[in-house]
Design a binder for this molecule. Structure first.
Ligand code: HEC
Length: 192
């Protein structure tokens, strides 16, 4: 009797745990190649509860697109994790360019799609990134990719019309935001 009761309690706790974590994601996230749901519990614990991650999982919006203060860290993450394959300015190398309006997977022109591709990977050398970056870092890297977009802002469908009217296409010959290691509190770093 007692054992059964305990087992039931344990099962209920597991269910509650799953529901609580599941409740974070109001949007449905799926693997770019297979379409299978992404398992967000594979992401590191760290960087799950930042304002940006919570907002993203509720709405699909990346608030770092609007936070220029986070671009130095975003740049640093891109250089260390992505530029080896995608090029210094995301112009393309063994992986495709990420700085223009052509996408192998058209959904990458939305921030939800881009997150799904980074989290779950695509084909060949483009492996899933949840082992290398936490979810907050993925959103930072995404903001850098959006920052280096070099074409007509009208093609920047991830921006609202208002953001588009202010967006300046990236010019690799102009001066750039330098990379920086530090993770500021405004970018999901420890407060204080
Ligand atoms: C080891 C090499 C390698 C690394 C490192 C790598 N990628 Fe890729 N990436 C690729 C390849 C190859 C493809 C093409 C895969 C395909 O077409 O399915 C790709 C595809 C992509 C795509 C889809 C582009 C499109 O046109 O739809 C995105 C987005 C992307 N990578 C983002 C990133 C980001 C962000 C990082 C760093 C966090 C990264 N990649 C790191 C090799 C890499």
């Amino acid at each position: 009797m007692r054992t059964t009761h305990l087992l039931k309690t344990a099962a209920a706790l597991v269910t509650v745990g799953t529901l609580v974590w599941g409740a974070h994601a109001a949007i449905m996230l799926s693997n770019t190649v297979t379409g299978a749901p992404l398992d967000l519990s594979e992401a590191p614990e760290e960087g799950r509860d930042t304002e940006a991650v919570k907002t993203f999982l509720a709405t699909g919006t990346n608030i770092y697109n609007e936070k220029a203060v986070c671009l130095p860290k975003a740049h640093e993450l891109f250089l260390s994790m992505c530029s080896g394959c995608h090029g210094h300015y995301a112009e393309g190398k063994i992986g495709p360019g990420l700085n223009d309006s052509y996408w192998t997977y058209p959904k990458n022109e939305t921030d939800q799609g881009l997150f799904e591709t980074i989290f779950g990977g695509a084909q060949g050398q483009m492996g899933p990134m949840y082992g290398a970056l936490n979810m907050n870092e993925m959103l930072l890297v995404m903001a850098w990719i959006r920052h280096v977009y070099k074409e007509d802002p009208q093609g920047a469908v991830w921006l609202t019309p208002e953001q588009r009217s202010k967006f300046k296409p990236f010019n690799e010959n102009a001066s750039h935001i330098e990379p920086a290691e530090e993770l500021l509190p405004a970018c999901g770093g420890p407060a204080g």
